[in-house]
Write a protein that binds this ligand. Structure first.
Ligand SMILES: Cc1cc2nc3c(=O)[nH]c(=O)nc-3n(C[C@H](O)[C@H](O)[C@H](O)COP(=O)(O)O)c2cc1C
Length: 323
């Protein structure tokens, strides 16, 4: 079969730094803040649940409103999670009809909420299902088709046996979080696995997992030869991580810089979440989810007070006093 190169969701000949999809965190408001501030090379939607079986509502109306080839001039990858070839294929068609260009299949999420079948990382328990699913998705996806996955369901070596299928099906790139599904978030991401995957496949591989500092980012790129990096919790805790890796901000911030960043970040989030969500407690709850990703012993007391704040006014006052 002739390989038809499709435009990838990042600039040619670059080593992209992607913002990871994170359910409950990387909503449109947070993505727009990151896009205008630290400019990730690629954005992902949070996973979009695909309803199984016969249904007129394959994807929610809210998810359909997020379909686009790009956001703020940055390529946007729409991520689908679900089970059943028919359901996922029809969701991919609908996503494209509504404006999505870059589609991603979630084969990594360890906490499937749907009880009716295997979803996300759960599908890796039945790799034979992928023999039908992956080529079927490829045949209907006109733009880039990528897969984000763990190293395996419970065996970190499983990934190697899946590469021939991904190559034969002409998947455009992989995003690898080298933990197993059953491992959830315990232990560390083993980028030795990423390095071997990069050696064993010609597909571009984006390395993801436990990249929280510029130093770690450089180490993972060197160790693995990956085509790019995806930043999750590290970027939510410190958006300037994108700039630090690019050498456009200090590798490690001092306290004054960190405090200034936190004042800007948390107050911008409050403003943007107030426009997106309703109700004081919901808005505060959303900002506190971001706060929960931060582990700064130097600000422990201030963070404790912020987590206890019950009103937006009190929270804002505490944010402004961060120093
Ligand atoms: C709260 C939370 C939500 C997540 N939601 C998604 C998601 O919607 N889709 C997905 O593929 N991965 C999701 N992930 C996994 C991340 O994208 C990423 O693979 C993982 O956190 C490892 O990268 P990190 O160490 O840089 O955070 C989520 C992770 C967390 C902690």
């Amino acid at each position: 079969m002739n390989h038809q190169p499709r435009p990838l969701p990042w600039p040619d000949h670059s080593t992209p730094l992607m913002l990871a999809p994170m359910q409950g965190l990387t909503n449109q408001a947070l993505r727009s803040l990151f896009a205008g501030w630290v400019r990730p090379d690629t954005l992902f939607t949070e996973f979009m649940r695909v309803a199984p079986g016969e249904t007129a509502k394959r994807l929610s109306a809210a998810d359909l409103r997020e379909m686009a080839p790009a956001e703020h001039g940055i390529p946007l990858v729409v991520q689908l999670i679900g089970h059943g070839t028919e359901a996922l294929v029809s969701a991919a068609r609908i996503a494209q009809q509504n404006g999505a260009t870059h589609l991603n299949l979630n084969l990594g999420c360890p906490f499937g909420r749907m009880t009716t079948g295997l979803t996300g990382g759960g599908i890796l328990q039945r790799p034979e299902l992928l023999q039908e699913l992956v080529p079927a998705l490829r045949s209907v996806i006109d733009g880039s088709f990528s897969i984000k996955l763990r190293a395996g369901y419970d065996d970190p070596q499983q990934i190697y046996s899946l590469l021939p299928l991904f190559e034969a099906a002409q998947v455009d790139f992989l995003v690898l979080h080298p933990r197993t599904v059953t491992q959830e978030y315990q232990g560390t991401a083993d980028h030795g696995v990423t390095a071997r995957v990069v050696r064993e496949t010609d597909l571009p591989v984006i390395a993801n997992g436990d990249i929280r500092t510029a130093k770690a980012a450089r180490r993972v790129l060197e160790q693995t030869g990956a085509a790019g990096l995806m930043l999750g919790r590290g970027a939510i805790a410190d958006p300037l991580l994108f700039q630090r890796i690019r050498g456009q901000a200090a590798s490690e911030p001092d306290r004054a810089e960190r405090a200034a960043m936190l004042r800007l970040y948390l107050s911008e989030l409050l403003k943007r979440y107030s426009a997106l969500f309703c109700g004081e407690q919901q808005i505060l709850g959303k900002v506190k989810t971001v706060l929960a990703t931060m582990d700064d012993p130097a600000f422990a007391k201030q963070f404790k007070a912020l987590k206890k704040a019950r009103s937006i006014t009190h929270f804002s006052d505490l944010v402004q006093s961060l120093a």
